[in-house]
Design a protein around this ligand. Structure first.
Ligand SMILES: Nc1nc2c([nH]c(=O)n2[C@H]2C[C@H](O)[C@@H](COP(=O)(O)OP(=O)(O)OP(=O)(O)O)O2)c(=O)[nH]1
Ligand SMILES: [Mg+2]
Length: 126
């Protein structure tokens, strides 16, 4: 099963907004950059805007492609399209009840992310 996912690295003043995946989900209990699966025929940028609205209550105003990562979890193959989000309206929050927080970029190493995120966290720390 190959799943295409769009995820947003929401940045503000040196901090990044992350969310905790609920424990009943794939890769649950780990932190993530909010986002989700692209629907049939949906381009990743549209999926990003839709998912960030659904999950965090923000409207994306400026986003640029950061990196695309393909990863095989064994039970699931994902292609993650990561975008940096540098302008948005609304205050990001856990619209689905998920735990969220703003983290200084340098502190990202202290949070457990899914394996596919390793290269992303490394890039953000540079
Ligand atoms: N959103 C997000 N997903 C990630 C990240 N890293 C990573 O491996 N994933 C994986 C976990 C999941 O297998 C997949 C995302 O799917 P999802 O379950 O969140 O999709 P969704 O938001 O449409 O959720 P759902 O309503 O279908 O449950 O990508 C990340 O940083 N952000
Ligand atoms: Mg999601």
């Amino acid at each position: 099963m190959l799943v295409r996912v769009a995820a947003g690295i929401i940045l503000r003043e040196g901090q990044v907004f992350i969310a905790l995946r609920s424990s009943d989900k794939h890769q649950g209990g780990l932190w993530e950059f909010p986002g989700g699966k692209c629907e049939e025929g949906e381009v990743s940028l549209s999926a990003l805007a839709r998912e960030l609205n659904e999950e965090c209550g923000v409207e994306v105003l400026e986003a640029s492609h950061f990196q695309t990562v393909a990863h095989d979890y064994g039970d699931k193959q994902v292609e993650l399209v990561f975008f940096t989000v540098t302008k948005f309206s609304g205050e990001p929050h856990g619209r689905e009840g998920q735990e969220v927080c703003w983290v200084p970029l340098g502190d990202l190493v202290n949070y457990a992310f899914p394996e596919a995120n390793r290269v992303i966290v490394e890039s953000l720390l540079k």
